[in-house]
Design a protein around this ligand. Structure first.
Ligand code: SF4
Ligand code: SF4
Length: 441
């Protein structure tokens, strides 16, 4: 694509990067067919190609964002299916990240929208605040229907509906510490505790540590580590995202320099995509660029790390049929496709792949709160495809997808690592059917 930026505009390294990305796009439109918002809404401006034109026009003319561009960029899930499809290697992720930061700087959103976004940015990245908010949400849940009647309050209704009926007890894993294996130590990793996942489902990281310890891997929960920054990053709040990234880079660098790390293990693929991008996000900060690149290189999804180990035979072969849902951040963001399925099959599960596996389930960070209608359509489509497999349960590697799919599916939705932990001698995840019943059903 031809671009017309001035030399003065190109002096800005962010514009320079976006210009390089824009030039790669050849307008072919292949990406439209796999874009969930284009497939759902049928509007070119809600396709990757349409959004690329809008972003180009805004940046080239040095214009402030307006209502039209904000509407179409806000509808983008950042699922990155377009990047998987694009034959020209257009880095839509970095382009839309730049556009969101530009929108945040130049556009004044309506009051209700500003308040909701500020509330989410204030609460979600902090475990204590999020836990308290979920407890409050239980009280507010009966009023969700009333909030639904006012357009500006629909996100509040969506938040209340997504809150779990029971908030799990705080896990000991939230505290910094070292979890040593009982057998000979074969490796040492740090685990990302993160923000929302340990509050909603602490059992995921507990299963991870238990499995890794049984395999002889020491697991460190470093002091000072927290939210990966993805949530505010996707809102265009660059400074807040970079601050969170720097805090994590510092925490992991201390561990790299003290005990050494083979990997930084991540059990939420949404966080994994962002941490693998820290090297890019902090490239312009001389104090952090190298350290951030080192952290990004060490970041591994738990399944990516497990396949590097010499796994023993599983302790049991569960024999259950599992529909594997590949989170967008797993398959498009990190290009991890085979590892989770191979590990599940090796552990004795029968793995089925739902149709339209490339399409997002509609969770996408806070998307299911901010865009509840599109999100609900995508969720229904996803659940239909999953249920058509006839599987007894769903396995996936991202807490957002677990919450989203479980809110509509008729079968349990379990993190992949909890199933692997069970097969390799750990506890059976709650709510799973017995293999014989599953086969009969
Ligand atoms: S990130 Fe997803 S929703 Fe956004 S343009 Fe690309 S395919 Fe469409
Ligand atoms: S597939 Fe790639 S090159 Fe083609 S229109 Fe989409 S982003 Fe541009």
């Amino acid at each position: 694509m031809q671009t017309n930026f001035t030399a003065a505009q190109l002096a800005d390294p962010h514009v320079q990067e976006s210009e390089k990305i824009l030039r790669k796009c050849v307008h072919c439109g292949f990406c439209t067919a796999t874009c969930p918002t284009y497939v759902t809404l049928g509007n070119e401006l809600d396709s990757p190609r349409g959004r690329i034109y809008l972003i180009k026009d805004m940046l080239e003319n040095g214009r402030a964002a307006d209502k039209e561009i904000v509407t179409h960029i806000d509808r983008c899930l950042s699922c990155l299916a377009c990047m998987t499809t694009c034959p020209s290697g257009v880095n839509y992720m970095h382009l839309v990240d730049h556009a969101r930061a530009h929108i945040e700087k130049t556009y004044r959103r309506p009051l209700a929208n500003r308040l909701t976004r500020s509330l989410l940015a204030f609460v979600l990245p902090h475990r204590g605040r999020f836990r308290a908010a979920l407890r409050l949400a239980k009280l507010g849940r009966p009023f969700a229907g009333a909030f639904d009647k006012v357009a500006a309050l629909k996100p509040v209704a969506a938040m209340l509906r997504l809150a779990p009926a029971v908030v799990p007890a705080t896990s000991a894993l939230e505290k910094p510490g070292v979890h040593a294996p009982k057998t000979t130590r074969r490796g040492r990793v740090a685990i990302l505790t993160g923000c929302a996942q340990p509050v909603l489902e602490p059992g995921i990281n507990e299963a991870t540590v238990s499995l890794l310890n049984r395999l002889g891997i020491e697991v460190v929960v470093p002091r000072g580590e927290g939210c990966c920054g993805a949530l505010v990053h996707h809102m265009g709040r660059e400074q807040a995202a970079l601050d969170q990234a720097r805090q994590n880079v510092d925490a992991w660098t201390r561990e790299i320099e003290n005990g050494g790390l083979d990997a930084i293990v991540i059990t939420a693929s949404g966080c994994g995509t962002t941490i693998k991008d820290y090297g890019f996000m902090l490239r312009l900060d001389p104090a952090y660029a190298d350290k951030a690149a080192r952290v990004s290189a060490l970041a591994k999804d738990i399944t990516e790390y497990l396949v590097t180990l010499d796994l023993p035979e599983p302790a049991r072969k569960p024999g259950l049929t599992v529909a594997y849902h590949s989170a967008c951040s797993m398959q498009h963001g990190q290009k991890i496709t085979r590892q989770p399925k191979d590990l599940l099959a090796r552990a004795g599960f029968v793995v089925k792949e739902p149709r339209e596996g490339h399409l997002c389930c509609g969770s996408a960070g806070t998307y299911n709160i901010m865009q509840p209608e599109i999100s609900a359509k995508l969720r229904e489509r996803k659940v239909r495809n999953i249920e058509a497999t006839g599987a007894a349960l769903v396995a996936t590697g991202n807490i957002g997808c677990i919450t989203q799919i479980a809110s509509a599916a008729s079968m349990p939705v379990v993190h992949t690592v909890k199933l692997l932990d069970w097969a390799y001698g750990g506890e059976k995840p709650a709510g799973l059917p017995e293999p014989s019943l599953a086969a009969a059903g």
